[in-house]
Write a protein that binds this ligand. Structure first.
Ligand code: TMP
Length: 236
């Protein structure tokens, strides 16, 4: 597979064309942003950790019947994935109150929900990714009714697989963000990444934060937290 021109550069990843028009190469950066891009920094080693962890989780999900964009890990930072048209929604699942949920509803962090919740944000930087409901997403033609149903059921399936998996590693999966894409034949697949950038992970015993909240909230030991999650997943 030949790496060709850069198609896109986002906050944490670059995307390159390949000589196969159905495939692209994703390259993970160490760059980190938060607060809608206002806070910028570097988390040393993050690109390689997110690449390897996301690929591992996508393969675990595939084994459990969730279709993903993953094709092949090429090296520490780069992965071959199927080219998709991204559905412009951030799909957020929560098992425990934290972050914007706790803030919006005026509750403390750490309330364990009886049932997981789902919410969508409209992926639009100019509008700062506003919260959106499924009727509004339909009105704006961001996705069809069938696609929204598929996305919802895939997101809950991802949650049940990952929640159990992380608990076996001594980690609570508090919440996470997913993105989905369309293959040329219209099939919806899980895309983007699943990593400490896009999930909240709390140690099951101590509730220590092992994710990007350490960067967002200036808690220190950011790189150590990413490395600890790597150790839990790969034993290294
Ligand atoms: P929130 O509590 O700030 O809404 O975040 C919910 C989850 O989504 C959390 O695990 C972090 C993740 N997330 C992203 O991956 N990207 C984002 O831009 C935001 C705001 C949250």
């Amino acid at each position: 597979m030949k790496k060709c021109e850069q198609l896109y550069e986002g906050k944490a990843k670059k995307v390159f064309a390949t000589d196969d028009k159905a495939m692209v190469i994703v390259s993970y950066k160490d760059d980190a942003t938060a607060l809608d891009g206002l806070k910028k920094g570097t988390i040393r080693g993050k690109g390689a950790i997110n690449n390897r962890m996301s690929n591992h989780l996508m393969q675990l999900l595939e084994k459990n019947g969730v279709k993903t964009h993953f094709v092949e890990e090429l090296n520490d930072r780069e992965t071959l994935v199927r080219k998709v048209q991204i559905v412009p929604l951030e799909v957020i699942i929560r098992n425990i109150s934290a972050g914007s949920f706790a803030k919006r509803y005026g509750v403390e962090e750490g309330i364990v929900f009886k049932e997981p919740t789902i919410e969508f944000s409209y992926k639009n930087d100019d509008l700062h990714d506003p919260l959106i409901n499924s009727y509004h997403a339909l009105a704006l033609e961001l996705a069809t009714k069938e696609e929204l149903e598929t996305i919802k059921s895939m997101a809950f399936k991802v949650n049940s697989v990952l929640k159990e998996y992380f608990l076996s590693l001594g980690v609570k999966l508090v919440d996470f963000k997913l993105e989905f894409g369309r293959l040329p034949d219209g099939t919806i697949v899980l895309a983007d990444e699943i990593s400490p950038d896009t999930c909240r992970f709390w140690d099951a015993k101590t509730n220590e934060k092992l994710d990007k909240d350490r960067f967002r909230r200036d808690l220190g030991n950011v790189e150590e937290a990413y490395r600890e999650m790597m150790r839990r997943v790969f034993g290294e």
